[in-house]
Design a protein around this ligand. Structure first.
Ligand code: NI
Length: 175
């Protein structure tokens, strides 16, 4: 396993649209293991997306089981070629990102989603998600389409916040 370098704003590669995974092989699973090791390095992020480490494939990892405040969640998930098929409600909430280490921001996201994906072996998955986990999934899928939370903040003047410390605990966990 290996730690991967995380691309940070203003790296133009973060705007690249990632390609669907077509081959579910050992090489893919070895990459996913490295991506997970990278997610857990330092203060663990709730999510990470492959393009954040310069791999432009539609793969994300999410794990909201370790947030300080308990939230409804499915624990550790590897989502290959994730697609959101249903959205419901909307809510403004704070987000952070490994690729934007110095800021957090308020973003409007759907409160409930249904998501389909494949697992690392190509088997189909489906999840109903809500709240913080649904937010994390929407944030990570945005990375696959070359979008960062700073592209979606409600107002750059009132909804973008400089981090006081590297890790601020309960709010704005990086993903
Ligand atoms: Ni992110």
């Amino acid at each position: 396993m290996a730690l991967l370098e995380i691309l940070q704003l203003p790296d133009e590669r973060l705007k690249q649209v990632s390609e669907p995974v077509e081959v579910f092989d050992d090489e893919l699973r070895a990459f996913i293991a490295d991506l997970e090791e990278t997610r857990l390095n330092g203060p663990a992020a709730v999510g990470i997306a492959a393009p954040q480490v310069g791999m432009f494939k539609r793969v994300v990892i999410i794990d909201c089981s370790t947030t300080r405040k308990p939230v409804p969640n499915h624990g550790y998930m590897v989502l290959v070629n994730p697609e959101i098929t249903k959205w419901d409600g909307f809510e403004k909430g704070r987000e952070g990102c490994l690729s934007v280490p110095d800021y957090t921001g308020n973003v409007i996201r759907a409160t409930k989603i249904t998501l389909s994906a494949k697992d690392p072996y190509g088997e189909p998955l489906q999840f109903d998600m809500e709240g913080y986990e649904a937010r994390a999934a929407q944030h990570e899928i945005d990375h696959l389409d070359g979008m960062l939370f700073v592209d979606r903040v409600v107002s750059r003047r009132t909804d973008l916040f400089k981090r006081k410390v590297y890790q601020d605990g309960g709010t704005g966990k990086k993903s």
